[in-house]
Design a protein around this ligand. Structure first.
Ligand code: NFS
Ligand code: SF4
Length: 662
């Protein structure tokens, strides 16, 4: 991608704020009540004067603002800045200390990737220590999938014959040491990385030590007057990206061990999954440790009895964001919304308790809840809100915390006011619960001896032209969901299999793309494959053209699948006809996953411009040089139609190089 074609373009947004009618209706309803949400705040920030956004700072958006020390803040003069910024900046291409624009941009990016990695590693640590304590019989959880534990043990060279508990203790301890001890190579990175990729990473010095030591070094390097070499800073970001993906794998694999491997499940998405007759509990966040217990306890006789005594017909648990994805894929719990809908879900007036664990929780949920009876309940020490009720979650006492939360929700039912509202239209049906194991299970019905072969045959013939992972968030900077949906439809039409995770999967679900019917949008060749797989799976209908692979941490599953394909074919990941797209990304976590994916050899599309364009050197490292070094690169394209074309061209190029039908 030409460096100069990157600029701070206005993001693509139509007059609509959300692609989904129900969301659009709820935004209007919230406005009519004087409730402010992410959508109004975005609009305020987007207001412009003489064609220039008044409140999004050009320096910050370009990544050239440095606040590393108090001789600053320093902001670097950019030739192509709008006049208003040129008037307010010193005509200097260095900070007060002399830091170059490349140093400043690279340093800012590394810090962003660092925060994302810290979030995922902290999640992984919670899950690993729960597995450890469970194996030591100190929690109310059980090891649900000893078979999965054995496959993890095999990867890590742990002797599974020592028995489930001992193997679990060893696997969990390996993960904990990968996360917080001082070591030279993360075992989960080296063990799960396909051999060819591992070799490249090793050669580049991009195999991470423990996440803790990498983050310590990151904090040190980015402090004032320390690392000034942009290439070293970006390489460190790549190393942290790999550590991030290894952390995702820890969470995803251990969650399967504790809670079960997802299998295809039918459910629904939309505001109307809230039930006016029941006690509604929204579970929001990312770690399924508490939410598993809430789902389990929602059937508890005593709690149901008190719910009924309050006049409710039952307890209705619904999901939001990635905690929602976790309980959806394992229990079919319906989804109320993604990150952008969290305030609107409360604005229905129907929520008795809004329970948050960690990450992607908008602090404003408290202000929305104040207008209603809704209790916001925080549970984790990392994510408290100043006015929320805090019911601390500890894995040893998970049952007690879950009971207290549901009791609070039930007691709140009678306080529900009259001001309730649900938008028109039924919730959308969806199928979720894809995992590597599910895929192999279906494929092994076609070829028991060699399950990956049917998949490979279809890729070779072009029935499956390629595969693209739609990952990451939904963003108010674009028309919410529209970028994901546009790209998904354009790709499936060209016989590209679409896999989706996180809020991107929910965006596709809201557009009805997670249903067998949606296979009508697929090209004929892909439609044939989906039909055959659906029959084989015993669905009696085609598989959906978008496969919901779980939450954002389940991007780890996709990396494992890509690795398996790569090893089976003897083709490095970077040469496979696959790519990823984070069309509406917004979090640091997405930056970390994307950087890790590029380091592993994947090409990753970004539909929202990253804050790096102030440095042509950094842009070139991310979009060009990374391909020479790692085999993967970023493509930045805000127009989803053009983005789909670029992704297709990328796949075509890879097919051509492999000598496959194009
Ligand atoms: Ni991923 Fe999931 Fe959603 Fe984005 Fe946030 S909930 S972890 S970060 S916004 S997809
Ligand atoms: Fe300015 Fe340098 Fe301090 Fe950054 S570290 S704020 S560029 S003086």
């Amino acid at each position: 991608m030409a460096v100069k074609s990157l600029s701070i373009e206005k993001q693509m947004r139509s007059a609509r704020r959300a692609f989904d009618d129900a969301t659009e209706e709820m935004i209007k309803h919230a406005e009519s009540l004087g409730i402010e949400t992410v959508f109004n705040r975005q609009a305020k920030y987007d207001e412009s004067f003489l064609g220039i956004e008044k409140s999004r700072c050009y320096f910050g958006a370009s990544g050239v603002c440095c606040r590393q020390c108090v001789m600053g803040p320093c902001r670097i003069w950019l030739e192509d800045m709008p006049m208003i910024y040129r008037l307010s900046a010193a005509k200097l291409n260095k900070g007060t200390c002399g830091a170059s624009v490349d140093t400043i941009v690279a340093r800012n990016l590394l810090m962003m990737v660092g925060r994302g990695t810290a979030a995922h590693a902290s999640h992984a640590l919670h899950v690993a220590s729960t597995l450890l304590k469970t194996a030591q019989n100190k929690t109310p959880y059980k090891i649900k999938e000893p078979e999965k534990l054995r496959s993890i043990a095999a990867k890590l060279d742990i002797d599974a014959a020592q028995g489930t508990e001992s193997a679990a203790i060893e696997a969990a301890s390996t993960a904990i040491s990968d996360l917080v001890h001082d070591k030279s190579a993360m075992k989960f990175a080296t063990s799960y990385c396909p051999a060819s990729t591992g070799k490249t990473l090793l050669g580049l010095g991009a195999i991470p030590g423990s996440v803790g030591s990498e983050l310590l070094a990151e904090g040190h390097e980015t402090s004032m007057g320390t690392m000034a070499d942009p290439v070293s800073l970006i390489l460190h970001a790549a190393r942290l990206g790999v550590a991030d993906i290894a952390s995702l794998i820890i969470s995803s694999e251990f969650q399967d061990v504790l809670f079960g491997i997802p299998a295809p499940v039918q459910s629904k998405i939309g505001f109307r999954v809230l039930d006016a007759n029941k006690v509604n509990v929204v579970i929001h966040g990312h770690v399924p440790l508490l939410s598993e217990k809430l789902v389990e306890l929602s059937e508890d006789e005593e709690l149901l009895k008190s719910a009924k005594a309050s006049g409710a017909s039952g307890i209705n648990i619904v999901g939001c964001c990635c905690t929602g994805n976790e309980v959806l894929m394992r229990h079919g719990v319906p989804l109320a919304g993604s990150n952008l809908q969290q305030e609107l879900v409360i604005a229905t007036g129907l929520v008795e308790a809004f329970v948050a664990d960690i990450q992607c929780i908008y602090p404003n949920v408290e202000n929305v809840a104040e207008k209603f009876h809704t209790k916001i309940i925080t549970t984790m020490k990392e994510a408290r809100l100043p006015g929320a009720l805090h019911i601390p979650f500890q894995e040893e006492y998970a049952d007690e915390a879950a009971r207290r939360i549901l009791e609070t929700a039930v007691a709140n039912f009678q306080k529900r006011g009259k001001n309730t509202y649900l938008p028109k239209g039924e919730p959308k049906n969806l199928i979720a619960g894809f995992s590597v194991e599910t895929c192999l299970g279906v494929l092994s019905k076609i070829n028991p001896a060699d399950p990956l072969k049917p998949l490979i045959d279809n890729i070779v013939s072009g029935n499956i032209y390629g595969a693209v992972l739609l990952a990451g968030c939904t963003s108010s900077k674009v028309t919410a969901d529209a970028s994901h949906v546009t790209i998904a439809k354009a790709l499936m039409k060209q016989n590209v299999l679409v896999i989706a995770t996180g809020c991107a999967a929910q965006a596709c679900a809201r557009a009805g793309l997670l249903t067998p019917d949606a296979s009508q949008y697929a090209g004929d060749r892909l439609k044939g494959v989906l039909g055959l797989l659906g029959e084989t799976a015993g669905l009696g209908k085609p598989l959906p053209p978008v496969w919901h692979f779980g939450s954002c941490v389940d991007n780890g599953r996709v990396v494992i699948l890509a690795g398996a394909l790569s090893e089976k074919l003897g083709v490095p990941v970077k040469d496979l006809p696959i790519a990823a797209s984070a069309a509406e990304w917004m979090t640091e976590k997405a930056a970390a996953i994307g950087t890790g994916a590029v380091a592993l050899g994947l090409t990753v599309h970004l539909g929202v411009t990253p804050p790096v364009i102030g440095s042509p050197a950094v842009v070139s490292l991310l979009t060009q040089k990374s391909e020479e070094l790692f085999g993967g690169k970023f493509i930045v394209e805000v127009d989803p139609v053009k983005a789909a074309q670029l992704l297709l061209e990328h796949i075509k190029e890879k097919r051509r190089k492999l000598g496959l039908a194009i």
